[in-house]
Structures are given as C-alpha cells and as structure tokens.
Design a protein around this ligand. Structure first.
Ligand code: ZN
Length: 71
C-alpha cells in the first residue's frame, strides 16, 4: 500500500464489485451490475433492458475520479 508521506493512502479510489454485484442474467431475469468506489462516495447500478445489456460503468467511474481530482 502506497502512502503519501502523511499517513494517507495515495489512492483512495478504486472500483469494487461486491460479491454478487454482477449478475449475468438469465432468460427470465435481466443482467445487473453494481459497482462502488472504495471511498464510498460513488456507486453505480445498471440493469439490462430490452434495448441492450448493462451500461458501461467505466466512464462514470472516470468522471468520479475527475470530480475527486484523482484522475
Ligand atoms: Zn471514490
């Protein structure tokens, strides 16, 4: 683990997909994904619809990093 010299972790932001946070979907049930940030300030949920699969969470996460000045 890297530290910034003042005891704080340099990277407080990394994506976590919780256990069971990704569901690939079945014929009866749509796919779902839940992702959250290690900082607890960002969460993403997407459920597949008739129009397509689950949304990409990457761009949303990047936006969070930019917002937090970590990008
Ligand atoms: Zn974060």
């Amino acid at each position: 683990m890297a530290f910034d010299g003042f005891g704080a972790r340099i990277n407080d932001h990394y994506p976590i997909i919780p256990k069971g946070g990704y569901f690939p979907g079945t014929l009866e049930e749509p796919a779902e994904i839940t992702v959250y940030c290690s900082c607890g300030e960002w969460e993403f949920f997407s459920q597949a619809s008739a129009g397509g699969g689950v949304q990409e969470w990457g761009p949303d996460f990047e936006a969070h990093l930019i917002e937090e000045d970590y990008a």
